[in-house]
Design a protein around this ligand. Structure first.
Ligand code: NAD
Length: 462
C-alpha cells in the first residue's frame, strides 16, 4: 500500500492549489517543498513581492504627481528602502504562512526537502522514500538568461535579485521589455532610478494587442522609462559595482554600449526540472525543455503527471492553479478541465494592462470577420476624477453573432475589469449581453460596458 494517494512536487500556485483540492476531494496528499517557506516563486520571489513594491512605489508617484493638484500639500515622502524591503518581506511572510495554515487545515503533509523520483510510485526526499499512487510534478520555472550574459544576482540580476537590491540603483539597465522588465523597471523608475529597457523585437510585450502595446509604450515613456526596441544584446561585462551592456541595433547593425549600476535580465523563464531524475525515468520532454503531457496532464510515464510552468502554455500563476484544480478533480474521478481560450493576462504597471482571448492580429491571421468596440477612459467620470483617464477598453466580437472573442484593456484597475469579460466569455456571451447589463455609476467598469455598446449602436460618452 502506498503512503499517499498523491504526492505533489513543488508548492507554488500550481502545486499548493492542487494539493489543497486533492485533500478536499478525499485523497491522502503530501506536497514536497525544498524552500524554507511554501508558495514557490510566486509568493516568495515573484508575483507577491513585486506587487508590494509596485504598490509602494505607486503611492510615491501619486504623492509626487497628483497630491498637490487635489489640494494635498506638504513635503513629498522620501524613500526608506530598508523599510520598503521589510514591508515587502512582511507581505511575503503573511502569504507563505497562509499556505502553511491552509495545508494544516486541509491535512496536507508538507514533506520538507528536494524531491527525486527514483521510479514511478516513489518519491525520494533526503534519506526517506515516500510512495504514492500518483506523482504530480509542479516544480515551476527559473530565470533564463541569454548568451553572453551571466546572472550573478549582484550587478547582473534576475527578477529574484531585483526584488531585494541593497539600494535603489542610479542607473538600471533592463534586458527584455516583457512583463518582468516593465513591472520592475516601473518600480525603480518611480523610486528615482534612470531606467533603460533594451528589447530585441520592434514592439514591447510581444504577443500583446498592437494598439495596446503602442499606447503602453507612450505612457511608460511619459513616466520616464527609456525603451530601445530592435536592440540585440550581445553581452554584459560585469565589474564590481557597475556593468556595461553591449548591444546592436538591428535596423543598421550599429554597435552601442549602455553603462548601468545594475542590469536586470528579464528575457523569459525556463522550466525547472533539475534533480527530479526525469532522464532516468524516460519522461518525454518537448523541444523547449518542458515536460510533455497529454490533455489530462499525464506524462509519458504511467502515474506521473505535470502542471504549471514545467509544461506547455503561458507561465502564469493562475494558469498553474487552474491546472492544479483540474488535475485534482481528474484524479478524484471527476471531469476537471481548463479552458485555455479564457486565461487572462495582466501586467501590474500603472496603468495596468490586461487581456483575454484573441487579439486582432490573431483574428486577422485566422481570417475571422470581427468588429471592434473601443472606449477611452477619457469618457469615464470616475477615471477623470482619479487622474486615471489614460488608456481604453477594446472588445473584439464576431461580426455575425456578436460573440465576444477577446478583450484588451489598458487603464485603471484593468486587471480587475478583465474578469467581467472573462465570465461573459465563459458563458459564450455576446457584446450586447454586457452592453445591456446595468453597471453602477460612477465606476471604471462603465468603460467596459461602453466598449460593449461600441460593438453595437455606439457608446454614450464618446
Ligand atoms: P517575457 O517572455 O514576458 O519577456 C521577455 C522579453 O525579453 C521579450 O520581450 C523578448 O523579446 C525579450 N528578449 C529576449 N531576448 C532578448 C535579447 N537578447 N535582447 C533584448 N531583449 C530580449 O519574459 P519575462 O518578462 O522574463 O517573464 C517571464 C515569465 O514570467 C513570463 O512567462 C511571464 O508571463 C511571467 N510573469 C508574469 C507576470 C504577470 O503575469 N504579471 C509577472 C512576471 C512574470
Amino acid at each position: 500500500m502506498a503512503n499517499y494517494d498523491v504526492i505533489i512536487i513543488g508548492s507554488g500556485p500550481g502545486g499548493y492549489v492542487c494539493a489543497i483540492r486533492c485533500a478536499q476531494l478525499g485523497l491522502k496528499t503530501a506536497c514536497v517543498e525544498g524552500r524554507e517557506t511554501l508558495g514557490g516563486t510566486c509568493l516568495n520571489v515573484g508575483c507577491i513581492p513585486s506587487k508590494a513594491l509596485l504598490h509602494a512605489s505607486h503611492q510615491l508617484h501619486e504623492a509626487e504627481h497628483n497630491f498637490a493638484q487635489m489640494g494635498l500639500k506638504g513635503k513629498s515622502p522620501s524613500v526608506d528602502w530598508a523599510q520598503m524591503q521589510s514591508y515587502k518581506d512582511d507581505v511575503i511572510g503573511q502569504n507563505t504562512k497562509g499556505i502553511e495554515f491552509l495545508f494544516k487545515k486541509n491535512k496536507v503533509d508538507w514533506i520538507k526537502g528536494w524531491a527525486r523520483i527514483p521510479e514511478p510510485g516513489a518519491v525520494e526526499v533526503g534519506e526517506e522514500t515516500h510512495t504514492a499512487k500518483h506523482i504530480i510534478i509542479a516544480s515551476g520555472s527559473e530565470p533564463a538568461s541569454i548568451p553572453g550574459v551571466e546572472i550573478d544576482e549582484n550587478t547582473v540580476v534576475s527578477s529574484t535579485g531585483a526584488l531585494s537590491l541593497p539600494k535603489v540603483p542610479k542607473k538600471l539597465a533592463v534586458i527584455g521589455a516583457g512583463v518582468i522588465g516593465l513591472e520592475l523597471g516601473s518600480v525603480y523608475a518611480r523610486l528615482g532610478a534612470e531606467v533603460t529597457v533594451l528589447e530585441y523585437l520592434d514592439q514591447i510585450t510581444p504577443g500583446m494587442d498592437t494598439d495596446v502595446a503602442r499606447n503602453f509604450r507612450t505612457l511608460l515613456k511619459k513616466q520616464g522609462l527609456e525603451i530601445v526596441t530592435g536592440a540585440a544584446v550581445q553581452g554584459v561585462e560585469a565589474l564590481k559595482t557597475k556593468a556595461k551592456v553591449a548591444y546592436t541595433l538591428r535596423k543598421d547593425d550599429s554597435e552601442h554600449q549602455l553603462d548601468a549600476d545594475v542590469v536586470l535580465v528579464a528575457t523569459g523563464r525556463k522550466p525547472f526540472t533539475q534533480g527530479l531524475g526525469l532522464d532516468g525515468l524516460g519522461v518525454e520532454m518537448t523541444k523547449r525543455g518542458q515536460i510533455a503531457t497529454d490533455a489530462h496532464y499525464k506524462t509519458s510515464v504511467e502515474g506521473i503527471y505535470a502542471i504549471g510552468d514545467v509544461i506547455e502554455g503561458p507561465m502564469l500563476a493562475h494558469k498553474a492553479e487552474d491546472e492544479g484544480m483540474a488535475l485534482a478533480e481528474i484524479l478524484a474521478g471527476q471531469a476537471g478541465h481548463v479552458n485555455y481560450d479564457v486565461i487572462p493576462g495582466v501586467i501590474y504597471t500603472h496603468p495596468e494592462v490586461a487581456s483575454v482571448g484573441k487579439t486582432e492580429d490573431s483574428l486577422k491571421e485566422a481570417g475571422r470577420a470581427y468588429k471592434v468596440g473601443k472606449f477611452s477612459f477619457m469618457g469615464n467620470g470616475r477615471a477623470k476624477a482619479n487622474f486615471a483617464a489614460d488608456g481604453f477598453v477594446k472588445i473584439l466580437a464576431d461580426v455575425e453573432t456578436d460573440r465576444i472573442l477577446g478583450a484588451h484593456i489598458i487603464g485603471p484597475a484593468a486587471g480587475e475589469l478583465i474578469h467581467e469579460i472573462c465570465v461573459a466569455m465563459e458563458f459564450g456571451a455576446a457584446a450586447e449581453d454586457l452592453a445591456r447589463t446595468c453597471h453602477a455609476h460612477p465606476t471604471y467598469s462603465e468603460a467596459v460596458r461602453e466598449a460593449a455598446l461600441a460593438c453595437g449602436d455606439g457608446p454614450i460618452h464618446s
